[in-house]
Design a protein around this ligand. Structure first.
Ligand code: P6P
Length: 331
């Protein structure tokens, strides 16, 4: 029967859920557990996006009056985002361990014998100190397979980044964007608030090979190791542009889209670097490398580092392959 071609509906109907289920269908042995976890992360992201955009109206912009394990002032929004993720993920049957920047210890929910299959590590609201100035902040997440032989929660989550089965971030910026990889390239989704759905807007995202933009907090330059200072002198004399927002998800997302390099070197205040390996550096490294970029921490590829502690910090150098290689020449 000839269907009249109305050509009246141009809506993007490829939702995150449709994308994840079609990806799942490519793996005959898949039982849908990872899909269910990504669905929980999507629900948490939508809920946090709403809270972030209402924070000032709801009077939850300020400090919570507590410190996290890093000794940093916890903001009300840090606690809110953490609880939202814990609740969205906590009731998904395949989650074994949840590990958050905001909690000293990982939360063991289910042993492998009780169906605990995956560990989810996350920074619930990275860059939250920027909320009062309306800067883009984000949720960063990393998914690894639970080690059924390892009873200790911290040891279970201390896996190298190369073991991640999924990683991504949700950026609460001028729009709400999710970038996600499950090991076969990077896909980007935008939240359509009118229908409450993340819609796929880019597939198999590639980072530009080059990009004469560097992103680093130059206020610390005098205490960077010499190699980083040499690179900065090169960039200054080569007409590079500097872009630094001070919110990792915003800085990394710009680097992914436009190219360039994001660097958080060792500093006097943070001799091992400031960013955390397990729930900031590793997930970002997986995304960037899946998009054709590179990520190093010191002289090692970030994802080859064997973590020792949940809140371990590392230096970060990630971005376009040509630019990362150029920085490494100076290091
Ligand atoms: P600095 C935000 O506090 C954060 O954890 C990351 O989002 C960001 O990349 C970094 O710290 C900024 O640190 O020392 O430049 O303010």
């Amino acid at each position: 029967m000839n269907r009249p071609d109305h050509d009246l509906v141009h809506d993007n109907l490829t939702s995150l859920q449709a994308h994840v289920l079609s990806e799942e269908a490519r793996y005959p042995g898949a039982q849908g557990d990872l899909s269910w976890i990504l669905s929980a992360i999507s629900l948490a992201g939508k809920t946090i996006a709403n809270k972030v955009r209402r924070a000032r109206l709801d009077g939850v912009l300020g400090a919570h009056g507590t410190e996290n394990v890093q000794g940093e002032q916890q903001l009300k929004m840090d606690v809110i985002a953490n609880e939202i993720i814990m609740r969205c993920l906590g009731d998904r049957a395949s989650v074994a361990v949840l590990a958050s920047e905001e909690d000293e210890e990982p939360r063991i929910l289910r042993r492998s014998g009780e169906g605990g299959k995956y560990c989810v590590l996350f920074d619930p609201l990275d860059g939250s100190s920027n909320l009062d100035s309306c800067v883009g902040v984000g949720t960063i997440f990393s998914v690894t397979v639970n080690d059924p032989e390892e009873p200790d929660g911290e040891k279970t989550v201390c896996q190298p980044g190369s073991k991640q089965v999924a990683a991504g971030y949700i950026l609460y910026g001028s729009s709400t964007i999710m970038c996600l990889t499950t090991g076969d390239g990077v896909d980007m989704f935008e939240l359509d608030q009118a229908i409450g759905s993340f819609l796929r807007v880019k597939t198999k995202l590639r980072i530009p090979e080059k990009g004469e933009t560097y992103s680093i907090n130059e206020a610390n330059a005098e205490t960077f190791p010499e190699g980083y200072q040499k690179y900065l002198r090169f960039a200054h004399s080569s007409g590079y542009t500097s872009r630094y927002i001070g919110s990792m998800v915003s800085d990394v997302h710009r680097t992914l889209i436009r190219g360039g390099v994001f660097i958080y070197p060792p500093t006097a205040k943070n001799p091992d670097g400031k960013l955390r390996l397990l729930y900031e550096a590793n997930p970002m490294a997986m995304l960037i490398e899946q998009a054709g970029g590179l990520s190093y921490s010191g002289d090692q590829p970030t994802m080859q580092i064997q973590p020792e502690r949940l809140h371990q910090r590392v230096p970060v150098l990630l971005g376009s392959p040509v630019e990362v290689a150029r920085v490494r020449e100076f290091l």
